[in-house]
Design a protein around this ligand. Structure first.
Ligand code: SF4
Length: 348
């Protein structure tokens, strides 16, 4: 590590000027408010910057302070989050805001340990908040920074190994400059753009080219090394979009597990043929008036893939076993995850 420290002493000198002239204008980079940084970092987990921009704007307009977030209803929060996926994130934001109100008198904590103790906050997010909002020397090592570090050091160990992350964090800690928040953001920005994942690293335009070991060794394109990904589990489902008199049948998902507590169209396990679907509905006492159409769609979660067949059916009678909503209500009020939203009829 001492060797890395000596070799990478110039890292801040190289990337800070580059960052000041190349950084992207992003809505959450307008100030150092920890609330803004926290919400944006949680939204950015597993989600692209471009996709987050609109959500971030709407969220901040609706809930401009930690207190607003703490007092918001769960329904309102899931609606604001609808389509972003990974809904545990917004539930943890809610819980953490309540912790801030109760334990920290509504003031965002500054100590790294206190930030790390908030629900849904891991070492990366705590590092980002403490360095960007409070200028502390706390590295925020995400996938972009791991990739960048593996190339700068020409380290062919897998970046998925906890030891790799630990070494990178310690090595960065040792070379943090006074402008800690800007350094954190410069590392993230360089890793997300010039030394990016989906294309060849743009070494000719990189401020680190003179001391980057992978560039010198010609191995940049071979890095980072990743552990093989686990195969996604495939699940088959049959979904029913049932309507009667302009009302659509909805149910709530269980309070635990995937998409916990969110709305859904009625569905069952397995890929039911039209005859099997008719038998299934009959057993549920659902009288079908008209079969409109059948479509098939796939929705991919991180570890699971749902292959779905959906039947659109007009039914006679409003069964009390479902919640019945107009299309307008579903669109405006209910948090319907993308896995089911893809079946929402176009009809107004
Ligand atoms: S020189 Fe190339 S490989 Fe090295 S950090 Fe810059 S872009 Fe990445």
């Amino acid at each position: 590590m001492e060797k890395d420290k000596l070799e990478f002493n110039s890292l801040a000198d190289a990337i800070l000027p580059w960052y000041y002239s190349h950084r992207r204008v992003l809505p959450w980079r307008m100030d150092q408010d920890p609330y803004h940084i926290w919400v944006s970092e949680i939204m950015l987990q597993q989600t692209r910057v471009e996709a987050v921009k609109g959500y971030y704007k709407r969220f901040m307009e609706a809930l401009p302070t930690v207190a607003d977030l703490a007092n918001a209803s769960e329904e309102r929060l899931t609606k604001l989050w609808e389509g972003l996926g990974y809904y545990t994130r917004v539930r943890n934001l809610h819980k953490a805001a309540q912790v801030i109100m109760q334990k920290h008198q509504g003031v965002f904590p500054e100590k790294y340990e206190h930030v790390l103790a908030l629900p849904g906050v891991g070492p990366y997010t705590a590092g980002a908040i403490c360095s960007i909002a409070f200028n502390q020397k706390t590295p925020a090592v995400d996938g972009n920074v791991l990739r960048l570090w593996s190339r700068l050091t020409n380290d062919a160990r897998s970046v998925d190994l906890p030891a790799f992350r630990k070494n990178a964090t310690q090595a960065l800690e040792a070379i943090y400059p006074r402008d800690a928040g800007d350094f954190t953001q410069a590392l993230m920005e360089l890793g997300a753009t010039v030394c990016g994942p989906d294309r060849m690293p743009d070494c000719t335009n990189c401020p680190c080219a003179s001391f980057c070991k992978a560039h010198r060794a010609g191995t940049a394109q071979e890095l980072p090394v990743r552990l093989p990904k686990k195969q996604r589990r495939i699940e088959e489902k049959t979904v029913f979009v049932l309507w009667a008199k302009d009302l659509y049948a909805m149910t709530k998902r269980p309070e635990k597990g995937l998409l916990a507590g969110m709305w859904q169209f009625p569905n069952t396990e397995g890929f039911l043929s039209p005859t099997e679907a008719a038998n299934y509905l009959q057993k549920q006492n659902i009288q079908v008036k008209n079969i409109i159409k059948q479509v098939e769609r796939t929705h991919i979660f991180t570890h699971i893939q749902w292959n779905m067949r959906c039947y659109y059916l007009e039914v006679s009678g409003i069964l009390p076993s479902f919640h019945w909503r107009t299309l307008e209500q579903i669109r405006q009020d209910e948090a319907l995850p993308t896995a089911f939203r893809i079946f929402l009829p176009d009809k107004k």
